[in-house]
Design a binder for this molecule. Structure first.
Ligand code: NAD
Length: 417
């Protein structure tokens, strides 16, 4: 994976690319390219052996024109200030493209969670929640899970916030366990929107998803759910990977069974009847659909020249560098952008928040139906912009739709000095 592209610069480039097709003042666009504020803090936490561990952590509140800041918290050793800023900006445009009433935010802690015990991770999470307390709130900023965080961390953060505020406020964070105010359908939501985006794109491009071959890079929450739901549409998953490497079988890999294998053994490597590949080999397989579902910058300009897939649906955030985008556009490889394809996560987070505020909970069927309506509508809006403005690719179309919505909200509010 190339680490060359700075994700924050990639985001700014994507905004500029789309702004070229919009009649919006340059100073307004400049404002939309930078976060409103970024918290940088160092968490001091007592470790199990009595020593103090110090962990750098960030929360970026990028833009709140359309509603409270919204976005996940990532635990990863590679977290940087610029990465968090980029991820928070992508959240702004993601919420706008699916038209849910949120702005964008993101947080991260520089930590490899596999190096720490559960009690240490709880203390780290609660220390971060204490730092976040003045910034977050049901109507202010609503965190959620991201890479290496899930229901457990969300429950800890909610509990810390509620204890310190002496209240109950389940809507302060989403992605919680069902027993703690979570929503049906949240765990599968990101993979579900990836599947829905792939389904709509195949249909729009007059291609049959039944019988299509699929490779999935990154077999965590987003990737494994996308794989099984795309398999349910009749496609054949031929390769999957995680940080241990990739496995390939041209006759197909059972998406659910390989997940079960990963749960039991810790990785997809060594799965039965498969050939081992490197991650780069997976990304350049001759498949109908490639789903990058790991981290940013998985495909750079050089690798993009080797990509043989006909279509890429981005489950991960920012898996393509701007150079890769340019190469793939030139080669007529259709890329369905992250801000649509993985927007299911934040959309069902929105449903969770609505349910928390109303204290009335929906069935999984209702969640999935509402999600499908939102993703299909967003896809239709994106295609309309793509055709009307004769845009070079679907990413630019998504940003054109999203930036327009953010600018409309800003313009209609006026500017408070
Ligand atoms: P996860 O931690 O559950 O899974 C990530 C997977 O990627 C793991 O299997 C890991 O082994 C693998 N991986 C890491 N580096 C890799 C590499 N170099 N090559 C191949 N595989 C590699 O995380 P997730 O929640 O599934 O998130 C994955 C991506 O989806 C991230 O970009 C995240 O921001 C994005 N996303 C997730 C959600 C969500 O709700 N989970 C929502 C929107 C976007």
């Amino acid at each position: 994976m190339s680490q060359e592209a700075n994700p924050f610069e990639s985001l700014q480039e994507q905004i500029d690319d789309a702004a070229a097709y919009l009649d919006v003042r340059g100073d307004v666009i400049e404002r939309l390219k930078n976060p409103e504020r970024v918290l940088e803090t160092n968490l001091s936490v007592e470790m199990d052996d009595g020593d103090i561990g110090v962990f750098r952590a960030y929360r970026s509140q990028f833009n709140g024109d359309r509603g409270p800041y919204k976005g996940g918290i990532r635990y990863h050793p590679g977290v940087t200030r610029d990465e968090v800023k980029a991820l928070s900006g992508w959240m702004v445009y993601k919420c706008a493209v699916v038209d849910i009433p949120y702005g964008g935010g993101k947080g991260g802690i520089v930590i490899d969670p596999s190096d720490y015990s559960e009690t240490e991770l709880e203390r780290v999470s609660r220390a971060f929640a204490k730092e976040l307390r003045p910034l977050i709130g049901e109507d202010r900023d609503i965190p959620a899970p991201d890479v290496n965080t899930g229901q457990r961390e969300m429950n800890w953060i909610k509990d810390t916030y509620e204890t310190l505020e002496n209240t109950t406020a389940p809507g302060v964070i989403t992605g919680k366990a069902l027993s703690n105010g979570g929503s049906e359908g949240r765990v599968e939501a990101t993979g579900r929107s990836t599947m829905l985006t792939a389904r709509e794109a195949f249909d729009y491009l007059d291609r049959d998803i039944e019988g299509a071959t699929v490779a999935v890079q990154g077999y965590g929450n987003a990737g494994s759910v996308a794989a099984k739901l795309i398999e349910d549409l009749g496609a054949t998953v031929v390769a999957v990977s995680d940080s241990s490497g990739a496995v390939y079988n041209p006759d197909g890999i059972d998406a659910r069974d390989v997940k079960q294998f990963k749960n039991e053994t810790g990785s997809v490597s060594g799965y039965r009847d498969t050939e081992a590949l490197t991650n780069d080999e997976l990304l350049t397989l001759d498949v109908d659909l490639l789903v990058p579902a790991a981290l940013e910058n998985a495909i750079d300009g050089e690798l993009a020249r080797e990509v043989q897939a006909d279509m890429i649906v981005e489950a991960a955030n920012g898996p393509l560098t701007p150079e890769a985008d340019e190469v793939l556009t030139g080669r007529d490889v259709h890329v369905l952008p992250d801000i649509l394809a993985n927007a299911g996560g934040v959309t069902v987070s929105y449903f969770e928040w609505v349910q928390n505020r109303q204290r009335f909970y929906w069935t999984e069927e209702r969640v999935n139906d509402e999600l499908e309506r939102i993703i299909v509508d967003a896809f239709d809006n994106l295609v309309e912009a793509y055709e009307t403005h004769d845009l070079p690719n679907f990413r630019t179309a998504a940003y054109v739709v999203a930036i327009r919505r953010v600018v409309d909200a800003y313009d209609s509010s006026g500017n408070w000095p």
